[in-house]
Design a protein around this ligand. Structure first.
Ligand code: SF4
Length: 494
């Protein structure tokens, strides 16, 4: 059997980092971890190929080669997924789909042969047995959320690692909190399940032997959802990293209560965590209460950010406007918070009701849902009737983006961030210095010569070399990422 695994294309969003990736000659931020995991669960005798549409186009010859096609998608990839499905059907290929989009919107794909709703660890083996007996069903719905002990090491070799700027692994699924707008808790539940230490180390070992060096994203929606298990993992991670001379730096997502736990913070610092994404959402307490994000109301959010930065982790964060309780001055308050917290990579989005979330159900009850979400909360589209006048909300939202990604504001935040975030100087081993030099040349040429904001860049550059020379690489990387945010902001706001 020949299986083709296809990952649909993402539109350009802040998360795509497309403009920044081009500097280092990369095509996408992360490889398709879900499909690589599925690949490891298929019979050893099956031939398998992967096409990530974010890296290269899907050729007709790819489809013709395959006996069966597997695709997985998030909501934001749905347009591309529909195109893949149409092409498969036009060639008479059997297609199997799964992933978060399908789990909440399976009715959207009537022409698909087999649908996986929920996680596939228990349903995929059942499907494979049925397929062999010629009795494969159309829908496989996971009865329960599986133990992650069943999850194999992803087949990292399937992807062209050189095309990606970071690798990804997953440690846990689920989150104990109950934010109203969140679909993670609907899909993966509120009892976080984790892999064992041995599983995580086996995945790192696999990446190491695939010659990956550099950033590894732990893609959990809340890495610290199961704190006791994380505290057992971190010492093992530190030992592994030391024994391998720190080949990786880690990035992950965590809830703000990370700041309350010094043992976790210290463990993460020692293990090589360099950036943490926090769901801050808003500095307005009433809006946080409305969103049931009570974990963000217990301490000063600014103090929490500062504490995490103090442990050598750059804070990246998500912000939302459009809550019912947002006051008239919400836009200025968000701008002020982002400035004071020194968060360079601030992902500000309009509130969106994702399918089957508590928010979606409430807005439906209230008769305020107007359309399906695009899954892109930064494209200035609203899928519900907000309390604030919609035009004013969208204009205010764009004003935030234009402000925080203006060159002067952004470069100042990077400089402030470098002041607060003191990182251990452990350079990942095995870096390609020539490639780094070429990347630096591209960034300097674009930001320092071609860009209309070159004067701000050179002012920033002088201050970095005068005050933060040891953080030069980090500063230049952030400058490149800021360029991406600014280019997209220009697209969205003009
Ligand atoms: S903390 Fe994050 S992952 Fe957890 S429920 Fe809230 S939004 Fe979802």
């Amino acid at each position: 059997m020949k299986v083709l695994l296809v990952y649909p294309e993402f539109p350009d969003t802040y998360w795509s980092f497309r403009y920044a990736l081009s500097f280092e000659g990369k095509k996408a931020a992360f490889p398709p971890l879900g499909l690589m995991t599925i690949a490891s669960m298929l019979p050893a005798s099956w031939e398998r190929r992967l096409v990530d549409l974010n890296v290269r186009e899907l050729k007709t010859s790819d489809l013709e080669w395959a006996d069966i096609v597997f695709a997985s998608a998030m909501i934001i990839q749905k347009d591309s997924l529909h195109q893949v499905v149409a092409r498969c059907k036009s060639l008479g290929k059997r297609i199997v789909v799964g992933g978060p989009y399908i789990t909440t919107s399976s009715a959207d794909l009537p022409e698909v042969d087999h649908i996986f709703i929920g996680e596939a660890e228990t349903t995929l083996p059942e499907f494979l047995r049925d397929l062999e007996h010629g009795t494969a069903k159309r829908i496989y719905q996971a009865e329960e959320r599986p133990s992650l002990a069943l999850t194999p090491v992803p087949d990292f070799q399937l992807a062209d690692l050189k095309s990606y700027s970071a690798m990804s692994i997953q440690y846990s699924r689920g989150c104990p909190f109950q934010c109203e707008f969140c679909d993670i808790i609907e899909i993966y539940g509120r009892r976080p399940r984790t892999k064992t230490n041995e599983q995580v180390l086996a995945e790192l070992e696999a990446l190491y032997h695939a010659h990956w060096r550099g950033m590894v994203m732990i893609v959990d929606d809340n890495f610290i959802g199961n704190k006791p298990n994380v505290k057992r993992l971190l010492p093992a991670l530190i030992d592994w990293s030391e024994a391998h001379h720190f080949p990786f730096s880690f990035v992950t997502e965590a809830s703000v209560n990370l700041a309350d736990d010094e043992e976790l913070l210290e463990g993460m610092r020692q293990a090589g965590f360099r950036r943490v994404f926090l769901g801050i959402e808003t500095p307005v307490e009433e809006s946080l209460k409305e969103a049931q994000k009570l974990q963000n109301t217990r301490h000063s959010l600014l103090d929490s950010v500062r504490k995490i930065q103090h442990y050598g982790m750059e804070v990246m964060a998500g912000f939302i406007v459009g809550f019912d309780n947002d006051p008239e001055d919400i836009f200025e308050r968000q701008i002020r918070f982002i400035r004071e917290s020194a968060i360079p990579l601030a992902m500000v989005g309009l509130l969106n009701a994702l399918p089957d979330t508590q928010l979606w159900r409430r807005l439906k009850r209230e008769g305020r849902l107007v359309m399906e979400t695009t899954g892109n909360n930064t494209d200035a589209s609203l899928n519900f009737i907000p309390k604030m006048d919609a035009t004013r909300l969208v204009e205010g939202y764009k004003r935030i983006l234009q402000n925080i990604y203006s060159p002067a504001e952004y470069y100042q935040r990077v400089l402030d961030c470098l002041k607060f975030v003191v990182q251990d100087k452990v350079e990942p081993r095995g870096r390609n210095l020539l490639r780094d030099a070429i990347t630096l040349g591209h960034i300097m040429f674009t930001l320092g010569i071609r860009d209309r904001a070159r004067r701000e860049f050179w002012r920033f550059f002088r201050r970095v070399t005068a005050m933060h020379r040891k953080d030069f690489a980090h500063a230049i990387t952030l400058a490149a990422m800021g360029y991406h945010f600014r280019k997209l902001t220009d697209t969205y706001c003009n």
